[in-house]
Write a protein that binds this ligand. Structure first.
Ligand SMILES: NC(=O)C1=CN([C@@H]2O[C@H](COP(=O)(O)OP(=O)(O)OC[C@H]3O[C@@H](n4cnc5c(N)ncnc54)[C@H](O)[C@@H]3O)[C@@H](O)[C@H]2O)C=CC1
Ligand SMILES: O=C(O)C1=N[C@H](C(=O)O)C[C@H](O)C1
Length: 258
């Protein structure tokens, strides 16, 4: 990084992208390139080495890689005082605690935003589902994705299930009643904090989720569909523009939309 690069606080935000040749990373590179207030200074994928981002003076890194590598990437950013916007999945409670620990020991002002879903509709779908949770005895989540997705259930479905379980617990409700004996293991989906989650993988899909609630005589379905990865870009760019004003760890896009 040159002195000239360091001395441009009012200039465009200098952005690095990790996972730049992936489906999401490539879209993020295009979106950053097209934004007047952002400058794409590093586009890094597997095998490139991360140091190019520091050498180019990245102030914010956007990570869309894999659950296997994202923790090392984040540690690398935090150690160098680079803020990060993370869409990569795989964040358990234990992982989030580790990130918080790194941030407590980092230079002040480093922000990390980890969002299971950057789609505005998806954020609202999770909020609506959380609001509905206490009114319905039954709840099931059906997530549907493209068949090249590496993980199941999706980060969004896992996060939604946890939010619903917390809302039910706060209302004094336990898991949804279910008398079914599985004749084939997995027939009833995964159990996340007492909420059943079903993962569909199909050609022709991008990212979709339904939350199905049921009570006596009625059901409520809350559904969100991302038909194109551009749907995630307004949320990602909002994160890039905001993350340095939010030192520490922010989980989810909700706080940035208020
Ligand atoms: N939060 C959100 O809104 C969204 C999150 N995702 C998540 O983002 C992640 C990526 O998804 P896709 O782009 O579909 O996957 P992808 O497989 O198309 O892209 C991942 C990229 O990361 C690269 N990579 C692997 N190791 C790396 C390393 N050490 N350094 C730099 N690059 C590395 C791969 O070579 C690949 O190009 C997944 O976890 C997915 O679930 C996807 C869409 C939206
Ligand atoms: O891999 C994807 O495509 C997506 N991953 C995220 C997830 O696991 O929730 C977000 C969105 O569903 C797309």
């Amino acid at each position: 990084m040159t002195d000239e690069q360091r001395q441009s606080p009012a200039g465009p935000i200098r952005v690095g992208v990790f996972g730049a040749r992936g489906r999401m990373g490539a879209e993020v590179c295009r979106a950053v390139d097209a934004a007047d207030d952002l400058e794409l200074v590093a586009a890094i994928d597997e095998g490139d080495g991360l140091s190019g981002a520091a050498e180019a003076g990245a102030e914010v890194v956007v990570d869309f890689t894999t659950p296997d590598v994202v923790m090392d990437n984040l540690r690398w950013c935090i150690d160098r005082g680079i803020s990060a916007v993370v869409g990569t999945t795989g964040f358990t409670g234990e992982r989030l605690d580790r990130v918080r620990g790194w941030l407590e020991r980092s230079s002040p002002g480093v922000g990390v935003l980890i969002a299971p879903n950057f789609g505005i509709g998806a954020v609202l779908m999770m909020q609506f589902a959380t609001k509905a949770a206490r009114y319905f005895e039954s709840v099931e989540i059906i997530e549907q994705h493209h068949p090249r997705k590496l993980d199941a259930p999706s980060g969004t479905a896992t996060h939604t299930a946890r939010l619903i379980a917390q809302a039910r617990a706060a209302a004094g409700m336990g898991p949804a009643p279910d008398a079914t004996k599985e004749e084939v293991p997995g027939a009833r989906g995964a159990d996340i904090d007492g909420v059943r989650v079903h993962a569909v993988r199909s050609a022709g899909m991008v990212a979709h989720q339904e939350v199905l609630f049921g009570t006596t005589g009625e059901t409520l379905t809350i559904r969100q569909d991302s038909y194109d990865r551009v749907s995630f870009m307004p949320g990602v760019l909002l994160g890039v523009r905001s993350v340095r004003q939010r030192p520490g760890l922010t989980i989810g896009l909700d706080a940035l939309l208020d």
